[in-house]
Design a protein around this ligand. Structure first.
Ligand SMILES: [Fe+2]
Length: 291
């Protein structure tokens, strides 16, 4: 079993924080009062933030993977060292992220990962600007993480070894696109990570946010189309996690999948399978690619 229990936070960059501030409203996320002109902190549950946006060239700066406590972080660091993965632990970065401690490393695509525990819970509750409720909890508060991330690797086998063998993520299923893409879970959320082989630099294709109802998905779609936000795909339903969702371009370059009704995995009763197609219906590109 993996020490990692959730996809905890994501750090994004973009040229114009104001653009993200408006986009966050369309998503139904709350801009934290702890935000500054140099950092936008976006909330979707009791955590101080789940998305942090700082100025820079569009992209993903880091992904924070949560472990339950200090002992698990130590074990994970040992596991990485045994696999020959270099790590560092920076107290100043942990403080900046609002966590007790973190250990950083690069994955085989050169993406910065931060394994952390002890995320801060502020006194003030999450309040969505438009009544949106996000799904981040199953058996305990926030135990499903903020959603999932999907990333490409030139060297698929190196990525598979790192995430599945070294970190111990568990196979949910494989989807043929037509190359095999791995969908992996670390908690009951169907997948917290998916990755597949694509030539060139490793790139995050999208992250996913799950809301509580199809009405919340439709209302977000209406807010975005009304505001002229570039939608990437039509509404659709995925074969493997049953998520009903659409994809939209974020101000950080990657897309966000916005959906509801994702199914959960019970490890005691789950057999992995292989899907020939990613969607039962929909998810048709609107002048852009989607996966
Ligand atoms: Fe997705």
């Amino acid at each position: 079993m993996s020490e990692v229990v959730a996809c905890g936070y994501i750090g994004l960059t973009c040229g114009d924080l104001e653009e993200w501030r408006q986009f966050a409203g369309h998503l139904g996320m709350q801009v934290s009062g702890q935000s500054s002109g140099e950092k936008l902190l976006l909330r979707m549950d009791e955590r101080a933030y789940r998305i942090a946006v700082t100025p820079g060239e569009k992209g993903v700066q880091y992904v924070g993977w949560e472990v339950p406590n200090a002992a698990a972080l130590e074990r994970l660091r040992g596991r990485l060292a045994a696999a020959g993965v270099e790590t560092d632990a920076d107290d100043a970065v942990a403080k900046e992220r609002g966590v007790e401690a973190l250990v950083r490393c690069l994955d085989p695509g050169g993406n910065q990962l931060e394994f952390f525990y002890g995320a801060r819970i502020p006194a003030d509750s999450f309040v969505s600007p438009n009544g949106t409720s996000f799904v981040t909890s199953d058996r305990g508060p926030g135990d499903l993480g903020f959603g999932h991330v999907v990333v490409t690797f030139e060297d698929y086998e190196a990525a598979r070894k790192f995430y599945m063998d070294t970190l111990g993520f568990r196979v949910s299923d494989i989807c043929l696109l037509p190359d095999p893409w791995m969908f992996a879970h670390v908690n009951p959320r169907h997948h917290s990570l998916a990755f597949g082989p694509v030539p060139g630099p490793s790139t995050y294709h999208h992250f996913m946010l799950e809301v509580e109802s199809i009405d919340m998905v439709g209302l977000a779609f209406d807010r975005m189309t009304k505001a002229g936000v570039p939608i990437a795909t039509t509404l659709g339903k995925h074969t493997n996690d049953h998520m009903v969702s659409f994809y939209v371009h974020t101000p950080s370059g990657l897309e966000v999948e916005y959906g509801c009704a994702g199914r959960k995995i019970d490890d005691a009763a789950w057999s992995s399978t292989t899907y020939d197609s990613p969607s039962l219906w929909g998810h048709h590109p609107l002048g852009a690619s989607a996966a």
